[in-house]
Design a protein. Structure first.
Length: 268
């Protein structure tokens, strides 16, 4: 079955806000089913984003929103301000990952709007705070009923209060479905704007941030957002860097990996 090209999609859907590249990649994925080098695992992603309290009906729960989900990338995929792109429901205590996942499964039995949820934690003014990261909730009007549904499933939340914007370090635990496109390089099947490459070991966030700030002004390919990741595999822990860009190419990921590895070797 032939794959429609980008020009055809643009002509058919001139006002479409979803990246054309992402649509075609998803179509290819569904037609081809599974790639030859499928890799599925769980792991974590750590990143820093500009956060603030969400000023809308939240059923008196503390909800933070990311004001810029991919701060290092400057492209055309700007989220619609009326539709929350990345939210954090701040819980009143630390729930296990299993508890959050089971509660989410229970909520989805009756909550009709689609959304994605994963357990996580945010460093809020030097305090580690547990949360549920919510993505792809299509309307702000769905936030309050979603909070109520989680409460009915046994999850409690801190009370809402005004929090001015701040840079928060976020860590989420999630499931990955990846295509191994080269040795130590992975493309995300579910989110085709994301790629990952392996690094030799654990980096502190401060070291990783220093490397990224140092690289950006000094490399040809510098319009990307970067985060730290960990994959849990049967052989042990694999440390990775996550790269976000609207149209990923393997040559650019190889280039960035080379530059990051040079900096890591120099600093460690």
């Amino acid at each position: 079955m032939p794959i429609p090209d980008v020009k055809i999609f643009k002509n058919l859907f001139p006002t479409l806000k979803v990246p054309i590249f992402a649509i075609i990649t998803q179509i290819k994925t569904h037609i081809n089913m599974k790639p030859n080098n499928l890799f599925e695992t769980v792991g974590t992603i750590s990143k820093k984003e500009l956060l603030a309290s969400f000023d809308y009906e939240t059923d008196n729960a503390m909800v933070l929103e990311s004001l810029k989900p991919y701060p290092g990338y400057h492209g055309t995929t700007v989220p619609d301000s009326l539709n929350p792109n990345s939210l954090f429901f701040v819980t009143n205590k630390k729930y296990s990952g299993e508890s959050i996942i089971r509660a989410t499964m229970e909520v989805k039995k009756t909550f009709e709007p689609t959304f994605d949820a994963v357990p996580g934690q945010i460093t809020v003014f030097n305090t580690l705070t547990p949360c549920i990261r919510i993505k792809n909730l299509m309307s702000i009007h769905n936030i309050e009923p979603l909070v109520k549904s989680y409460r009915e499933a046994g999850i409690g939340f801190l009370k809402s209060k005004k929090i001015l914007s701040f840079n928060g370090l976020i860590k989420i635990r999630k499931y990955f479905t990846l295509d191994i496109v080269d040795s130590g390089i992975y493309f995300d099947i579910e989110v085709p704007q994301m790629a990952y490459f392996e690094i030799p070991g654990l980096l502190s966030w401060n070291t990783f941030e220093e490397i990224t700030y140092r690289l950006k002004p000094n490399v040809d390919y510098n319009n990307f957002d970067a985060a730290l990741g960990v994959f849990f595999t049967p052989k042990g822990v694999v440390d990775v860097v996550r790269i976000f860009h609207e149209t990923l190419q393997i040559k650019d990921i190889r280039y960035l990996r080379e530059k990051y590895l040079e900096e890591i070797s120099r600093l460690t």
